[in-house]
Ligand binder design. Structure first.
Ligand SMILES: *Cc1c(COP(=O)(O)O)cnc(C)c1O
Length: 423
């Protein structure tokens, strides 16, 4: 039996396996809550991007914020990826994982001068600039260092990606990017500034997008701009079409990356832009369905209105349900035969928002290990130490081999940076 989202996650007999590893076995040695990722699933998710772009100048820049574990970054670096970063810290991770700065694009609305300087010295491929004010500061920082910053403007195409308001970024009311109407003037300003070299154009319209149409609409708007920018005598070398492709959490049916890219390339070619280097910045679609969060059932609390299944993972480990009311699949790692009941799966944190799943049909007993599915993206990276809970350990499986890629945090780790007042 295969579960939605990943062919690498399936029941063999009564037991849930990721690759060739029985998940329940892992928790005996490594404890819970426990993130487990499949290296093969990550590479399988990357393959359609690379295949669809074969034969043309391109770079797939994995969006580090989706899952920034060094072993994950190492996996993508070795597979030829570049990286989309949003902080100096993410740049340090990329370099520590063996990634190359020359394949890094630096996104984000609030880059500091220090971050700009660090990225310039490292030699990043491109800054995705999000405002005129940022452009002026970048020009000053680059000139001061005697360097040239290669830039693209993140343009806001004002299309609706049809996704949750918190993860939609391409509308006029969003904080992201330069408004379409202002883009040409801002490109002219960029071309005149010292320390700035215009390299490309960038557009990222949102996340968990499950249709091709918003991408095609945004691309048309981007190509219109490219044509007017080049008519003004400014060369646009590359086009960065962002990330945002959705995954299956429950019954979504997003297009494959190969299908999406084929349609985008067809439009690019039809409009005579086939020679340009193409960049993508996928995050979720490369890692989301490659990972699960394992959690042990501590107590069952059946009630007159609701049945609560209290597990040892909480909103601090996996924030998506609390933050976006996101649905994530939850299954038992060990199939039981008795009739299921309906449970709210909740964590131990002192917040009513601390739930992982509501009204879930599960056959479950205390001591069972549940798997929260599709937890490879925006799981560990959004985790916190709320309630003084150490972050979970992370494992990477590859076939039958298991690697610890992050140790569980201890309470000592958590209080290390606190300081008592003098007596
Ligand atoms: C978050 C982000 C991405 C990745 O988005 P996914 O939905 O995870 O693919 C790409 N580019 C930028 C600028 C981002 O902020």
């Amino acid at each position: 039996m295969t579960l939605p989202g990943s062919p690498f996650l399936a029941y063999r007999g009564q037991d849930l396996f990721l690759d060739d590893v029985r998940l329940r076995d892992l928790t005996q040695q490594h404890g819970t809550p426990l993130y487990v990722y499949s290296k093969r699933a990550m590479l399988a998710a990357l393959a359609p991007y690379q295949k669809a772009l074969q034969g043309r100048a391109h770079l797939v820049c994995y969006a580090v914020k989706a899952n920034s574990n060094l072993a994950v970054l190492q996996t993508f670096a070795q597979a030829g990826c570049g990286f989309d970063i949003v902080s100096e810290g993410e740049l340090a991770r990329v370099l520590a994982a063996g990634g190359s700065a020359s394949k890094v694009v630096f996104s984000g609305v609030g880059k500091t001068r220090s971050e700009m300087a660090t990225a310039l010295k490292a030699g990043v491929k491109c800054f995705n600039v999000e405002s005129t004010a940022e452009l002026e500061v970048l020009s000053q920082v680059a000139s001061g260092l005697g360097q040239t910053a290669h830039i693209s403007l993140r343009v806001n195409p004002d299309v609706d990606a049809g996704t949750h308001p918190y993860i939609s970024t391409g509308l006029k009311g969003n904080k992201f990017g330069v408004a379409h109407e202002e883009a040409l003037a801002t490109y002219k300003r960029a071309a005149a500034l010292p320390g700035i070299h215009v390299a490309g154009i960038d557009c990222h319209i949102g996340s968990q997008i499950t249709e091709i149409a918003p991408y095609l609409d945004a691309l048309d708007r981007v190509l219109d701009l490219v044509e007017s920018i080049e008519a003004a005598g400014i060369t646009v070398h590359h086009m960065d079409l962002g990330g945002g492709l959705g995954i299956t959490y429950t019954d979504e049916t997003p297009p494959g990356a190969d299908e999406l890219i084929a349609q985008l390339l067809a439009k690019i070619d039809a409009r005579g832009h086939g020679q340009r280097e193409i960049l993508f910045e996928p995050g979720r679609s490369l890692v989301g369905n490659a990972g699960v969060l394992l959690t042990e059932v501590m107590f069952l609390k059946p009630g007159s209105q609701k049945n609560f299944c209290v597990v040892d993972a909480a909103m601090n480990d996996l924030m998506r349900p609390a933050l976006y009311e996101a649905y994530m699949g939850i299954v038992n790692t060990q199939l039981r035969t008795d009739a299921p009941a309906t449970w709210d799966v909740v964590g131990p944190v002192c917040e009513s928002g601390d739930w992982l799943g509501r009204d879930r049909s599960l056959t479950v007993q205390a001591g069972d290990v549940l798997a929260v599915l599709s937890a490879g993206a925006y799981g560990m990276t959004m985790s916190s130490n709320y309630n003084t809970r150490g972050r979970a350990a992370e494992l990477m499986v590859d076939g039958a081999t298991v690697h610890v890629i992050r140790s569980r945090e201890t309470v000592q780790d958590l209080i290390r940076h606190d300081h008592l007042l003098p007596n």
